[in-house]
Design a protein around this ligand. Sequence first.
Ligand SMILES: Cc1cc2nc3c(=O)[nH]c(=O)nc-3n(C[C@H](O)[C@H](O)[C@H](O)COP(=O)(O)OP(=O)(O)OC[C@H]3O[C@@H](n4cnc5c(N)ncnc54)[C@H](O)[C@@H]3O)c2cc1C
Length: 418
Amino acid sequence: MPASSWSAVATGRCRVLIAGAGPAGLATALYLLHLRPELAGRIVALEKRRHPRPKICAGGLIPRTIASLNELGLRLEVPFVEVVRGRALTEIGAFDHVREEPLCTVVRRDEFDGRLAHAAKARGLRLYENAPVREVALEPQGVRVAFDGGQFHADVLVGADGSSSKVRSALFGTGNNAVGRALMADLPVGKELSEEFTSRLYRFDFRCVAWGIPGYAWSFPCLIDGKPHLNVGVYDQTPHAAAGNRSVKPRLDEVLVRSFPEMTFTNHGAQGRLFKGAPIRWHDSTACFVRGRALLVGDAAGVDPMMGEGISVAFEHGKLAAHAIARLLDGDERALADYDHAVHAGPLGRKLKRLASAARHFYGPHHRFFLRAIAANRRAREIALDWYNGVRGLDELRTGGVIVEWLRSLLRGERYVA
Ligand SMILES: Cc1cc2nc3c(=O)[nH]c(=O)nc-3n(C[C@H](O)[C@H](O)[C@H](O)COP(=O)(O)OP(=O)(O)OC[C@H]3O[C@@H](n4cnc5c(N)ncnc54)[C@H](O)[C@@H]3O)c2cc1C
């Protein structure tokens, strides 16, 4: 019986137990094994499904994620499409940006997460698949976790089980007011007919803000079984909020059809259901990310409120969690509180808070005013894009540092990009 089958009843102790083996759980394991290779075989991940498992996601990796992979010594060993042009459509016009380096690398999540799981296992993670976590309880110096197939006692628990996290609901409360939703579809295209492929372009369409959806529609080029497709979707940051002066929000599939009238949205046989939806929990700075010996990472903790981008955040959470856990296992009892502080007030917490504020402005009643302000200054848009993407560590700077970068580029009188 393979160690990764839940039917091999497992019970016992481990140092670190990770609920969920998506990017956040696997990044936590990879960073921890990088810091403390002697933990090989003593970190357990319980995953509800079996890799390569389907995951509803557009698969866009921003440069910050690629930097995390490099830091972990991992290569992108899955098919991908690199995007070097971005187009944002808004009520007041379209804005294009071009880079020499990729703005985004688009993967398929089943393949990407499967490779990540493979790498983590090779470095010493004990991964139990088809092993959903059922019960979680805090103990005086650790946690107890029951799953389909057994139970573990561990020194520390990492809740990496996504937006509908069991760990979160068991130990932290649901906090459901900070959950957005997204709907997507994969559409086959002819490579030579699609601008996304011919120009290596992704499109973001924010016009739906005026239609009552605080968010945007997107179109990314991607490869499914080697064949060119467009992944198109729409993100709604606050599904339960009223739609401005409208009584009813438009349906997300209708928003997609309206945003991309040139596309044909019909079912495509083998792919089954065309539209696929999933929640995205976003960062709420009033939330708590540590309770006893349990901490939250990735979607379970909450990701980028503005764009719903969560893969880079999952890696960032994983890195912070790994450092805190390594210190805790060395006997530093303050380490998890420091994790909580870092997620609130460190560079990642500051970035997520600014994105929450940007979402309030750009998706709020005065969105046209903020659009005009950003439309007026191309350099500010470029620096904002690089800040968002985490290029050259810009996203780790305080606001003053970013403003200095912007002023410097103005003084040099040249295009901002290095
Ligand atoms: C339509 C859509 C498009 C998106 N596009 C992008 C994008 O282009 N770029 C981007 O960066 N982000 C995107 N996101 C967000 C991104 O998918 C998430 O932020 C990211 O997957 C978070 O990683 P995670 O590991 O925290 O959670 P997940 O990837 O959800 O992984 C959680 C894992 O936990 C497992 N699990 C769940 N419950 C249990 C349980 N009880 N026991 C054990 N295991 C459990 C799940 O099976 C899963 O494998 C998108 C999201 C949606 C919905």
